[in-house]
Design a protein around this ligand. Structure first.
Ligand SMILES: Cc1cc2nc3c(=O)[nH]c(=O)nc-3n(C[C@H](O)[C@H](O)[C@H](O)COP(=O)(O)OP(=O)(O)OC[C@H]3O[C@@H](n4cnc5c(N)ncnc54)[C@H](O)[C@@H]3O)c2cc1C
Length: 560
């Protein structure tokens, strides 16, 4: 059976569904399983709406039973597995690849933690919860579900404390990063917790930063009896009446029926590996310089689709994208940006999403240049108390000095000419502006005029072109002159299945589908329109918190 769904297989699928309908008119045993109903041919408009053909009963090699089946071995699935297993719930996690998935530097956001408590608590650290919730909702154009946002604000502290205990028990360290912006326009809270030095992933070296927490959670889950089945891809869910009771999965040696008595959790990640879904739900995502999700092709929204075929519904579009200006240079500060045409086009002293979108909304180009002069280190140091955020400040530990960030960036800017980017040279340096224009291939006349105009406004102390805060108006006058390439990157698309406040997948009528849950990027409603970063690292924070709470829910269900 093909798992890629084409129009042709859809036609075959409807024939199979018709055969299924005929069978259903004959008496069925109470425990007989029925495949999730396929939408009628006339209703199916998009490829993702079309379920695959059911696997023939004769081709199913065996049945594997558990209480909770988790589909997807990323951060969210592993958190749900560990929390459930710790509470005595029987868990099987199926992962299509031969390894777990994890990303970036792995920083996890929470609203409070025992580390923050030791530093004096949220209030002492400047976290004003009502204000921060409003910031979040504004970034989401007030279309996020407020009760879910409040749930994250109320519960992420407990989930983070759990992670901290697990990390310390594994010989690791957890530190709070000082990378949050101090801007009065784009304030970010101290929330980004970084886990380092874990023994369970020590053999991975640097890669441990990204996948270390999922590995830690897997270790904890397995110590409490959970089973992880790799190279096992869930194809579709099975229902008994309204209730989701399991999934058909494909392994190397054939098809298996997984049955779950308490629930199935969709933890399959985002949709950005499916071009058609991305174009439909998040078209802006296709304007980025590059997409950074790995393993490439693992995030095709398969859980979104399985949930939909089982009667679930999607949150309204357009879906928010997590955008960071890290596709090219890893540093650009608050300095002048020019387009490849040599023109200034935005207020550069903004947050990561704002920087990306500003660059992406230029006419054609997918990148820009950040231009700064030989005084940049002093200017950066001067800017950090009033600004910052990722790629303006770095992931340094809370309590370290701003000079540490300057020194770290100096190694990039003045070093080998490469940042964290994926695209060759990202930093250039020249003794004259004319020479710099040649190096970065922008029209010299336009570029010199843009710098002259910018310098005039720096001198006047007012940016009447884009109204950047005067404190960030640093002139470009002293050689050597620098250019850093600013490339917007798509990390993930954070829209998904409509869920209840207890993570149950909802029908279009807002009714929970019994036995079906979604978490991580497969789940919706915590974000809308844009990805808020005023609690930095909240995407991993959601994976951790929703997983932690799902474990508590399954424990309560088991005891009921
Ligand atoms: C480069 C990069 C850096 C990032 N940095 C940060 C950061 O610092 N802080 C932060 O908060 N967020 C960060 N993010 C975002 C964050 O990593 C993700 O949002 C989060 O990891 C999503 O976790 P998930 O469990 O929902 O999905 P994923 O991590 O995508 O995991 C889904 C898993 O499900 C598996 N799967 C899919 N379909 C099936 C199927 N049918 N059957 C079986 N298995 C299946 C996949 O193979 C995968 O292993 C970053 C993202 C990227 C790309």
């Amino acid at each position: 059976m093909k798992t890629d769904i084409s129009r042709r297989s859809f036609l075959k699928g409807t024939a199979a569904a018709a055969a299924g309908a005929a069978l259903a008119s004959t008496p069925v045993m109470a425990d007989e399983l029925l495949i999730a109903p396929a939408p009628e041919a006339a209703e199916a408009k998009h490829p993702w709406e079309i379920p695959p053909e059911p696997v023939a009963e004769a081709d199913i090699k065996g049945t594997i039973e558990t209480e909770v089946l988790i589909i997807g071995g990323g951060y969210s699935g592993c958190a749900a597995a560990a929390s459930s297993a710790e509470r005595g719930v029987q868990v099987i996690l199926v992962e299509q690849n031969d390894a777990l998935t994890g990303h970036g530097v792995g920083g996890t956001g929470s609203v409070g933690s025992k580390i923050i408590d030791e530093l004096g608590g949220n209030e002492a650290m400047g976290l004003d919860k009502p204000y921060s919730v409003v910031q979040w909702l504004r970034a989401c154009a007030n279309r996020a579900r407020e009760s879910l946002v409040a749930k994250f604000f109320n519960e992420s502290h407990r989930a983070m404390d759990w992670l901290i205990d697990l990390a310390l028990a594994d010989g690791g360290n957890v530190y709070l990063s000082a990378c949050n912006s101090r801007s009065r326009h784009y304030p970010e809270q101290p929330a980004y917790h970084m886990v380092t030095g874990l023994q369970s992933s020590a053999d991975l070296g640097w890669a441990a930063m990204s996948v270390g927490v999922p590995i830690l959670l897997k270790k904890d889950a397995e110590e409490h009896g959970a089973q992880f089945d790799f190279k096992t891809k869930a194809l579709y869910l099975e229902k008994d009446g309204d209730r989701v009771v399991g999934a058909i999965c494909e392994k190397e040696d054939g098809y298996y029926r997984y049955k779950a008595s308490l629930g199935v959790v969709l933890a399959t990640g985002d949709i950005s590996g499916d071009d058609e879904m991305t174009e439909y739900f998040a078209p802006i995502a296709n304007k980025v310089y590059s997409k950074l999700y790995t393993p490439v092709g693992s995030n095709t929204g398969s859980g979104h689709k399985m949930g939909l075929w089982a009667g679930g519904s999607f949150q309204d579009g357009p879906w928010p994208c997590m955008l960071h200006p890290q596709a090219c240079a890893g540093f650009h500060g608050p300095f002048l940006f020019v387009s490849p045409e040599g023109k200034r086009f935005m207020d550069e002293a903004t947050w990561v999403q704002g920087k990306c979108l500003g660059v992406m909304l230029q006419a054609k180009a997918k990148y820009a240049w950040s231009i700064f002069d030989g005084h940049w280190k002093e200017d950066l140091l001067d800017s950090l108390p009033h600004g910052g955020g990722m790629f303006w400040d770095n992931f340094r530990m809370w309590g370290t000095s701003e000079q540490d960030a300057v020194d770290a960036f100096a190694r990039q800017v003045e070093g080998a000419g490469n940042g964290t980017g994926t695209d060759g040279r990202n930093y250039f340096q020249a003794d004259t502006l004319e020479e710099l224009a040649k190096l970065i291939e922008v029209p010299e006349e336009e570029f010199l005029a843009s710098v002259a105009r910018y310098n005039e406004m720096c001198e006047a102390g007012e940016d009447v072109d884009f109204y950047k805060e005067p404190t960030f108006l640093y002139p470009i006058k002293e050689p050597p002159y620098h250019a850093a390439k600013v490339g917007p990157a798509l990390l993930v698309i954070v829209g998904g299945l409509n869920i209840s406040d207890n993570f149950e997948v909802l029908t279009p009528e807002d009714k929970p589908i019994p036995g079906l849950y979604a978490t991580g990027n497969c789940s919706g409603n915590l974000y809308a329109s844009d990805y808020p970063i005023n609690i930095p690292g909240n995407s991993h924070g959601r994976c951790l918190t929703w997983g932690f709470l799902l474990g508590e829910q399954f424990e309560a269900m088991k005891k009921a």
